[in-house]
Each structure stands twice: as structure tokens, then as C-alpha cells.
Design a protein around this ligand. Structure first.
Ligand SMILES: C[S@@+](CC[C@H](N)C(=O)[O-])C[C@H]1O[C@@H](n2cnc3c(N)ncnc32)[C@H](O)[C@@H]1O
Length: 306
């Protein structure tokens, strides 16, 4: 019998596993993210940091730092504040030259136990890379797990079948709970992604903060849009050489899916946050990237140790 995996397990293999895309494809050659377009995004983030900074020790921690453009731009723009230090985390090695104020940590951010400190944690186009499960609804309105067999994605057991899902090492109850709360619609033939792994990742990253800011900037969506069907086709995409391609699981492309940003915000309850569209934050509301940045959401969360 062919070996079956859940989609998340197969996706994980293309991130950190046997057929890791990043092992052979340095981020600098693969992405055209907003941080590479111009200094506008870094300037907006620097402004948020200046608004928070009170002249005491602060570590700016860029998670999924890629080729380091955002960290390097921030180090440059905040150079007049020598008490601010920088840490960048990525699966890939650092650029050749780093400023003395910056450390580069190579590793899986989800497993890094960084010392809690006064920090600004920034995740720019990072959470969309975190593998998650996918679901598809059948013609009777029942949600199924998407599984992978011989490299092909097919409809697997229903999410109501705890035993069949457990055989695939999937906790169906956890997925159902997330869907009931954040993506409750069950329209026949709709597809989507279950965001619980992104929520857990954000909880982990912001656990490195005693007081500070958590800033997540990503392709995202909100419950009101999910409820009315805006994202019923799902958001899974592949990227290779900076271009969107069919997402296949052989390690030849980077796989991403939009982030349920309101669910991520709720992963750290009891702290103030704002959620804005990037078009509102940058450039007076004008879209600056060909293809549009309307899907880009900014989550800014403030943490205090008092
Ligand atoms: C789309 S790129 C974004 C890079 C950069 N933040 C930017 O906006 O240009 C995603 C980055 O996250 C890194 N990454 C993905 N999963 C990771 C993980 N679990 N731990 C650390 N880095 C990860 C990848 O190596 C890649 O450099």
C-alpha cells in the first residue's frame, strides 16, 4: 500500500526535511518580498520601533530573516540608538557581512528557546511558510483532511473520524476546534487551510518577549472574509525564482498559504493589538507592488511585563 501523509507532514519535508527547498535555494535568489522593493517598509517598521523605544536595552529579532535585508535596513536606520541590538533567525546562513550589533542564528525558529527579553519580534513573510493542514469539503458539506499519497494530494478521511485521522498522526479534534472558531463555513467543494500551527508558532515567538512588540506582516485573511467565501478556493501557492508556480511537494518550490491573522492575534490573548492592511500602512494607502498588496496584513501587538 502506498505511504500516506497528511499535507502538513509532506509540506514539512519540503521545509526542514529530506527534500528541503531552502537547503539548495538561498533566500536572496528566491523571493521578491516588499523588503527588497524599497526602504518604505523598513522605514515604517523603524517608526513603530522608535515609538516604542525608551532608550533602554532592546533586541530587534527578525524571524525568517531571509537574506537579511530588513534587519540590515533597520540596523542602518536605527544606528543613532546604540542600545538597540539585532538578532536574525533563519534556516539559512547569514549574509557575508553583518554589523557588529547583529547576531545571526541559524535554526528552526519554532524550536529556538531564546531568552525572554525586551524585544521587538518581527515576522515578515514568515508565518505563511509554516506548514499546516488543508481541508476540502465534500458535496454533502463534510470537511475532509487532504492527504498526500505517491506525491499526489487527495481527499482523505473526514475530520469527524478521529480514528482514521489518528492513524495519520493527526489530531482531528484540534483541527475541528480551530475550524469551528475561525473558519466555520462548510460549503460544498470549498478548500482551505487550518491555521493552528501558525497560532502556535506566534505564541512561541512572542514568548521571547518580556516587554516589547510583536509585528507579523503577511499574506493574510480575516474571519469575516472567510465566512462569506472570499477564500473558498484555498490559498496554497508555490514560489520559485520569485514567481508563483503550482505548489508541488518535491522540494522544487517554496510552499506558502495565507495566514489567518485574527487567529494569530488571538493566540496571545489579553494584549492590545492593531490589524491593518499594508495598503493603509505604507505609501498613504497606495498599492506599491505589481500584483497588489491588498492581501497583506500588519499585526502589531504590544506586550508589557507589568
Ligand atoms: C519568504 S522568506 C521571507 C524572508 C524575509 N523575511 C523577507 O521578507 O524578505 C521566508 C524565510 O523564512 C525562513 N524560514 C522558513 N521557515 C523557517 C523556520 N521554521 N525557522 C527559521 N526560518 C524559517 C526561510 O528560510 C526564508 O528565508
Amino acid at each position: 500500500m502506498a505511504i500516506q501523509h497528511s499535507w502538513q507532514q509532506a509540506w514539512e519535508q519540503t521545509l526542514t526535511g529530506a527534500n528541503s527547498f531552502y537547503r539548495d535555494n538561498p533566500p536572496a535568489n528566491q523571493f521578491t518580498t516588499s523588503v527588497m522593493f524599497n526602504g518604505e517598509l523598513a522605514s515604517a517598521v523603524a517608526e513603530l520601533i522608535r515609538g516604542f523605544d525608551d532608550g533602554t536595552e532592546l533586541i530587534i529579532t527578525d524571524v525568517g530573516a531571509g537574506a537579511g535585508q530588513l534587519s540590515l535596513a533597520l540596523a542602518d536606520q536605527l544606528a543613532e540608538r546604540p542600545w538597540i541590538r539585532f538578532a536574525a533567525v533563519d534556516l539559512s546562513p547569514s549574509p557575508a557581512v553583518l554589523p557588529p550589533s547583529m547576531r545571526w542564528l541559524v535554526g528552526d525558529a519554532r524550536a529556538l528557546p531564546l531568552q525572554p527579553a525586551r524585544r521587538v519580534v518581527i515576522a515578515h513573510e514568515f508565518l505563511d511558510d509554516i506548514p499546516c493542514e488543508r481541508f476540502e469539503v465534500d458535496e454533502w458539506g463534510e470537511a475532509h483532511l487532504i492527504i498526500v499519497t505517491d506525491g499526489a494530494a487527495i481527499m482523505g478521511p473526514t475530520l469527524a473520524d478521529d480514528i482514521a485521522c489518528a492513524r495519520l498522526e493527526v489530531n482531528a479534534a484540534e483541527l475541528r476546534n480551530w475550524l469551528d472558531k475561525w473558519w466555520p463555513a462548510r460549503r460544498p467543494f470549498m478548500r482551505g487551510e487550518v491555521g493552528s500551527t501558525r497560532d502556535a508558532t506566534w505564541q512561541h515567538l512572542t514568548g521571547w518577549i518580556t516587554s516589547g512588540l510583536g509585528i507579523a506582516i503577511d499574506y493574510g485573511h480575516l474571519r469575516a472574509e472567510r465566512e462569506v467565501g472570499t477564500w473558498d478556493g484555498g490559498t496554497l501557492t508555490g514560489f520559485r525564482g520569485g514567481r508563483a508556480v503550482t505548489p508541488i511537494l518535491d522540494g522544487s518550490c517554496n510552499i506558502t498559504a495565507h495566514v489567518a491573522m485574527d487567529a494569530v492575534a488571538a493566540a496571545r490573548p489579553n494584549c492590545e493589538y492593531t490589524l491593518n492592511r499594508q495598503t493603509e500602512v505604507l505609501h498613504g494607502g497606495h498599492v506599491t507592488k505589481p500584483g497588489g498588496l491588498g492581501d497583506f496584513l500588519w499585526l502589531t501587538q504590544e506586550f508589557s511585563d507589568t
